[in-house]
Design a protein around this ligand. Structure first.
Ligand code: NAD
Length: 389
């Protein structure tokens, strides 16, 4: 019987004060896509005294104006054309908050206009699009950060610290993913579930977070092969939507995945076993586990899309030849993760430092999502080929 070792003397919750913000020059911000997540971006920018929200664009006529009224932002210029906004306003940064299929074109447009970009997750829809974005990032020298706010969470940082400490030895197997019993998102409409807008479903909405949690912890090794399946048993079923008090027609609109599973080989002899569900007849498809030659880490089934873990994490390892379990207390993060995401991006832009969540890492995340789609469509394992940028 393993013994439980709890080290209560350790307090991981201490946070240092950030540096004072220089407000002598205001950073001029624009919003591209004035929908649901843009509300969070604006709410965080409003907390930053060194920021001025000057403009927003949305292809739906009148939407940008209504958005700024709701968010109580006065004097922001409103556009239906992102191109026109970028040409007329002297912006320093933009948040690209469009649905997935418009991430690549809008990020490219903005960087070509000389603007630094906070791009919402997932990076893009396809690997090819992500490569195009990275080429423009390189050509223009603009700063690009991808909107993975769980990275800012202290529990997520602890997972990386544990792996980096060598406590687990060499990592050889990871199981990750997650899901909801009922949770296909239609917050303000159907942009998540339409093929020409969301384009990828559970994979792009929550799958990318589960991947980032473990891949960031282990230093983002390159994916080599993917064998995967995907399905849409719930989204395409009218009864699912009736149970959700939504129109049954959503089943006809539904054009993305609501479940995917994959077996991924990573560089360094690491195997990744992944599954993600927007809906299922199950409470959870399992905890995240990171197995190493000296120890393994269990991360109770997570809601990692909002940065939380499902309970205290445990390291299983041997001490003096005996199997013991070390419990890692759940950590608090004082600030909102969404604020830390935006603040970190602004600081990187102002100080000309590296982006908090760089494309050089997330390209591997995107390559796996893309590999899952391609393998599922081909019905067999595929090799992941990532072009040089
Ligand atoms: N980080 C998070 O926690 C989080 C949470 C929710 C959504 N997201 C991501 O944010 C993105 C947007 O999600 P949402 O729920 O806000 O979608 P949404 O449909 O509510 O908003 C997207 C808006 O973009 C507009 N748009 C589309 N193309 C445009 C273009 N070329 N120029 C200007 N406007 C354009 C649409 O008209 C729409 O108003 C998605 O990629 C999603 O994955 C992230």
């Amino acid at each position: 019987m393993a013994e439980l070792v709890k080290d209560k003397a350790l307090d991981f919750n201490v946070e240092s004060e950030g540096p004072a913000v220089d407000t002598s020059k205001k950073v001029r911000v624009g919003i591209i896509g004035c929908g649901w997540i843009a509300e969070s971006h604006v709410a965080q920018y409003k907390k930053c005294p060194d920021v001025e929200i000057v403009a927003g664009s949305d292809i739906i006529p009148g939407k940008a104006a209504k958005f700024f009224e709701k968010m109580e932002v006065e004097g922001a210029a409103c556009y239906e054309s992102t191109e026109e906004m970028l040409a007329k306003e002297k912006l320093d940064i933009v948040s690209v908050c469009t649905y997935n299929s418009q991430h690549a074109p809008c990020a490219i447009q903005a960087m070509k206009a000389g603007v630094d970009v906070m791009l919402e997750k997932p990076f893009t829809v396809t690997l090819e699009e992500a490569i195009e974005v990275m080429k423009v990032e390189k050509e223009t020298g603009r700063l690009l950060s991808i909107g993975f706010q769980p990275r800012m969470d202290n529990n997520m940082k602890m997972i990386k610290k544990i792996v980096d400490s060598g406590e687990l030895g060499d990592i050889y197997y990871i199981q990750t993913g997650g899901g909801r019993r009922r949770g296909i998102p239609t917050p303000y409409g159907t942009s998540f579930i339409e093929a020409d807008k969301g384009a990828i479903g559970a994979l792009g909405d929550i799958g990318c977070y589960s991947l980032d949690m473990v891949l960031n912890a282990i230093g983002y090794p390159k994916p080599l092969t993917v064998s995967a399946m995907k399905s849409a048993h719930f989204g395409k079923n009218p009864n699912y939507w009736l149970g959700e008090n939504k129109p049954a027609e959503y089943a006809e609109i539904f054009g993305v995945d609501d479940f995917a599973a994959a077996f991924v080989r990573l560089e360094g002899g690491i195997t990744l076993d992944f599954r993600i569900a927007w809906a299922m007849h199950l409470d959870t498809p399992g905890d995240t586990i990171i197995m190493g030659t000296k120890g393994s880490l269990r991360i109770p089934s997570t809601e990692c899309w909002n940065g939380s873990v499902g309970g205290a994490m445990k390291i299983y390892h041997d001490v003096c030849g005996k199997g013991v379990e070390t419990e890692i207390p759940i950590l608090k993060t004082k600030e909102s993760l969404f604020y830390l995401k935006i603040r970190g991006f602004i600081d990187a832009v102002k100080n000309k430092t590296a982006p908090p969540v760089p494309s050089s890492q997330i390209i591997y995340n995107q390559a796996i999502l893309d590999g899952i789609v391609k393998s599922a469509e081909a019905g067999k394992e595929i090799e992941v080929v990532i072009p040089e940028v």
